[in-house]
Design a protein around this ligand. Structure first.
Ligand code: ZN
Length: 242
């Protein structure tokens, strides 16, 4: 089927069956039990430069990728609530912070989509954790375009100075930035810089998912390979693995 027809069909199905699973299309809720079970936890890692901490729930593969696409590109706004519920359930506790702050979209992008997916997520997380959402003050003053295909250095220069704090009062002392998908962390670092310049002391970030960096992908594949092998108490296989 041509891709535009497939996209049209998906939009139609979303209208007819608004509660079907955003990842697999089944009728068992916006994020069905099977898809929730299939979400793979993201391994803990140190925060990207410029941040005091980061919490990432899952690896960015199906089904989270499909759900995020439905939210952002097919504008299924309510999917953010389902993802927010799953994110709150996946984290043992919220990272320390005084307020949740969605990464702002540029005005043009916001007008095009009709909502900021990170703000929708932040609002659902706020209900779970009893934290305030601060969605004004931090502004994206420059449209940084699509950053896919840029490496971290290129992204850093692309987003440098793209965010400013524009409010009379300073930002909360401990900010928890909320983003949908973390890539290099350049956008979050630029937000953190603007927040610190305006008086924030600690800036942490929270994201649904992240793709594994190439080196980590190789390491994870290696670990999966080892896990599939015979148990290492068999001396022959232990030798092979060393
Ligand atoms: Zn599903």
């Amino acid at each position: 089927m041509p891709s535009f027809l497939a996209a049209l069909l998906a939009r139609l199905l979303d209208l007819i069956f608004p509660d079907r699973c955003a990842a697999c299309g089944s009728g068992d809720g916006l994020l069905c039990t099977a898809c929730r079970t299939a979400l793979r936890p993201y391994p803990p890692e140190p925060p990207p430069p410029g941040l005091d901490g980061v919490a990432i729930a899952w690896l960015y593969d199906a089904p989270v990728r499909r759900a995020v696409h439905a939210l952002k590109y097919r504008r299924r706004r309510r999917v953010a609530g389902a993802l927010g519920d799953a994110l709150a359930a996946a984290l043992p506790s919220p990272p320390p912070g005084d307020a949740l702050m969605p990464v702002p979209l540029h005005g043009g992008r916001l007008a095009e989509r009709g909502f900021n997916q990170s703000e929708e997520l932040a609002r659902r997380l706020a209900q779970h954790w009893g934290l305030p959402v601060v969605s004004t003050g931090l502004e994206r003053v420059r449209d940084t375009g699509h950053q896919a295909g840029l490496d971290r250095r290129a992204r850093l220069s692309n987003v440098a100075g793209a965010f400013v704090w524009r409010a009379a009062a300073p930002p909360p002392a401990r900010v928890l930035l909320v983003d949908d998908v973390l890539t290099t962390g350049a956008t979050l670092a630029a937000c953190a810089e603007a927040l610190r310049a305006a008086g924030a002391h600690e800036v942490r970030a929270l994201a649904l998912a992240r793709s594994l960096a190439p080196a980590r992908r190789i390491q994870a594949a290696h670990q999966a390979f080892i896990a599939r092998r015979e148990p290492p108490d068999d001396p022959a296989s232990a030798r092979v693995l060393q």
